[in-house]
Design a protein around this ligand. Structure first.
Ligand code: 13P
Ligand code: SF4
Length: 303
């Protein structure tokens, strides 16, 4: 059954000149068939560089939107359109308008985990892989930053800028629930393990980590580190990739319940159907897309 779906996906990909891009958190079955598996920054770059006519994007809504914004002439498909990032939903255009009025001289820098209508108002965007570098490259000493409160704290500690977080409590539910108690328990079970976490974790977890990085940055750290055991503080899908790429090392989730349900919505069957029917299509209104592209391209130039 799985074998026949996989071979059908392969032939549809060829027939339609399609590429499958997948985020590090998606199901293992999707990681296995993807042409590329990576973090938000890598996926944006891949989407920009591809010469395929169709991009099947196995990630959440804002990632597929970013691919579409960078490739308005290409067809971007999302196998399950219910794959909606709750953090991106926490920021509204009105929040941005109000913040810009309150801090007229500040730069507006948005995490890539935002929807296109918000990106269209931003001076620049960033991902977890380049947030500190991009914040430092902003013109103003004050930077309005959203929606992730925990990533805002991360950049606040690493840059010389004054950070104004918006909204007040923007967060990723999957990362925010990883607790210090979870980490203390896992450390007691694996005392020699390095602690590698994502900056969407709460600041107390970040402060206990040996490495804080984007999902692919976490994978790079594990591959070059001398350690052979790691406590992984992020969505558990990354562990599938780590175990596949580094079979000689051991990986333990800081929290077994760190699951992003939206990332798990894409299945092999849905990929097959999306390729077959060439839908659901992700599209962004032209005017919004043009403004958002400027903010994304500025980030790509900086990093
Ligand atoms: P990365 O860019 O580090 O892959 O993170 C994306 C994300 O949504 C983390 O929750
Ligand atoms: Fe959004 Fe969090 Fe899921 Fe990442 S893990 S896609 S930030 S809800």
């Amino acid at each position: 059954m799985v074998k026949s779906i996989v071979s059908r996906i392969r032939s549809l990909k060829k027939e339609k000149n399609a590429v499958i891009l997948a985020h590090n958190y998606v199901r293992g079955e999707i990681q296995n068939i993807a042409d590329f598996v990576g973090d938000s920054l890598e996926l944006a770059r891949r989407a920009m560089e591809t010469d395929s006519d169709v991009i099947v994007f196995c990630g959440v809504d804002f990632m597929a939107e970013t691919a579409s914004i960078l490739n308005p002439e290409k067809k971007v498909l999302i196998p399950d359109p219910g794959s909606i990032c709750p953090m991106a939903q926490m920021l509204k255009r009105d929040d941005l308008v109000k913040a810009k009025e309150a801090y007229p001289d500040a730069d507006l820098l948005l995490y890539i985990n935002t929807l296109a209508d918000c990106k269209a108002l931003a001076d620049c965007v960033c991902t977890s892989a380049n947030a500190d570098r991009v914040v430092e490259a902003m013109d103003s000493d004050t930077v309005i930053f959203g929606p992730d409160r925990n990533l805002a704290r991360f950049v606040e500690k690493r840059t010389s800028k004054r950070i104004i977080p918006i909204p007040e409590y923007g967060l990723c539910p999957t990362h925010h629930q990883i607790s210090v108690d979870d980490l203390l328990l896992e450390k007691s079970k694996h005392p020699g393990a390095e602690v590698v976490v994502h900056p969407e974790c709460v600041i107390e977890i970040q402060e206990m980590a040996d490495c804080i990085a984007s999902t692919s940055g976490m994978a790079r750290h594990c591959s070059i580190s001398d350690a052979d055991e790691f406590l992984i503080g992020t969505e558990i899908g990354l562990i599938y990739r780590l175990e596949r790429e580094l079979p000689e090392k051991r990986f333990y989730p800081v929290s077994e319940t760190a699951v992003c349900p939206q990332m798990k919505m894409h299945t092999l069957k849905k990929v097959e159907v999306a390729l077959e029917l060439e839908r659901p299509v992700v599209s962004v209104e032209r005017e919004i897309g043009d403004c958002a592209r400027e903010a994304i391209e500025r980030m790509l130039r900086i990093s």
